[in-house]
Design a protein around this ligand. Sequence first.
Ligand code: ADP
Ligand code: MG
Length: 199
Amino acid sequence: MLDADFFRRWMTATAALVDREADRLTALDSPIGDADHGSNLRRGFTAVTASLEKEAPDTPGAVLMLAGRTLISTVGGASGPLYGTLLRRTGKALADAGEVSEEQFAAALREGVDAVMTLGGAAPGDKTMIDALVPALDALGDGFAAARTAAEEGALATTPLQARKGRASYLGERSIGHQDPGATSASLLVTGLVEAAGE
Ligand code: ADP
Ligand code: MG
């Protein structure tokens, strides 16, 4: 079973990964964006860690809803509302359970990813974070490590795609040949799950 502490560890592990990889995320956002993805997420996840320490929510759902709210209010770019919605909607689906099974978490995360697709209008293949999140979800039944591998492969597979959503889509065919920054950060989020589980 996964308790509030697991979800807190998920967020702090992701914050550390984002901090470590921020320069790379910003470098990926340079040729097909505005070179702010790493700094956007670093600011957001630093604030998430601080708000979790301050408010100490005691259920999985409350942890994720607070994290999502914090991302929405601190990240200016497109990724803030999208990741914020992912976490908020996932948290909302977990309601007020004190512990959740991996299956319940996977079902809640699916609601979260669906909400991101509704908000941003992106489908798989549009060269966005969705290209890492959907494969991760599909692999989650085989465990967190399998989900991480699927997310990393999904992020790598965005390179030959032409962007159809977000800032990169303004470049048309010139977006081809670059890995999507948001798909890359989404793979960090999934790696955070592996670390939270201590695998
Ligand atoms: P901005 O584009 O506003 O500068 P960021 O640089 O923080 O925001 O985030 C860019 C990432 O957000 C992209 O690499 C992409 O993965 C993701 N993204 C942008 N628009 C969408 C969308 N409509 N749906 C899903 N993801 C999106
Ligand atoms: Mg950007």
